[in-house]
Design a protein around this ligand. Sequence first.
Ligand SMILES: Cc1cc2nc3c(=O)[nH]c(=O)nc-3n(C[C@H](O)[C@H](O)[C@H](O)COP(=O)(O)O)c2cc1C
Length: 162
Amino acid sequence: MAMDPQQKKVALRAINYGLYVLTAADGDDVGAAGVNWLTQASFEPPLVVAAVKDDSGTAAIINRTGAFAVNVLGEDQLDIGKAFFRSTTVEGDRVNGYRFEPGPDTGAPLLVDLPYWFEVRVTDTVAKGDHTIFVGEVVNAGVRDDSVTPMLLRSTGMNYGG
Ligand SMILES: Cc1cc2nc3c(=O)[nH]c(=O)nc-3n(C[C@H](O)[C@H](O)[C@H](O)COP(=O)(O)O)c2cc1C
């Protein structure tokens, strides 16, 4: 039976997501993107999977360095998240206007205003569709404020998927 594109869109948009700022750095070349296509995929070793747009600056940096960081947005940080749906600019210690420090293991930017972070070393790359799928091992992680509830994409009214 032929797939109905509208049903496909609605069914795929029923997947629940969070919202994150995924970052990478190769020296002064920095990429930071608001992403929702991200999940944990193994306990031991601790693996995560992220899908990053093929033609993005961030994917190019990850392809070179084999590393990235994930910064988890709090439920009240949509204003910060929105700053990362556009191309990346760095001024001093700020990326897209928000203060960061380099991750201890990967150098990827860690946004100091966000409550949770982890650094990832890429183990496998799947380059098939319009996003590159990076599988990687979590090599470091930190909690700045464990009282913060992470953001859910659905609560923003935005969609990325379908
Ligand atoms: C709600 C929303 C979710 C997004 N999720 C992703 C994602 O999972 N992966 C991705 O590569 N881009 C995603 N994007 C697009 C990136 O945020 C955007 O392409 C990127 O920040 C632009 O930077 P660039 O210069 O690296 O292309 C999403 C955008 C929006 C509005």
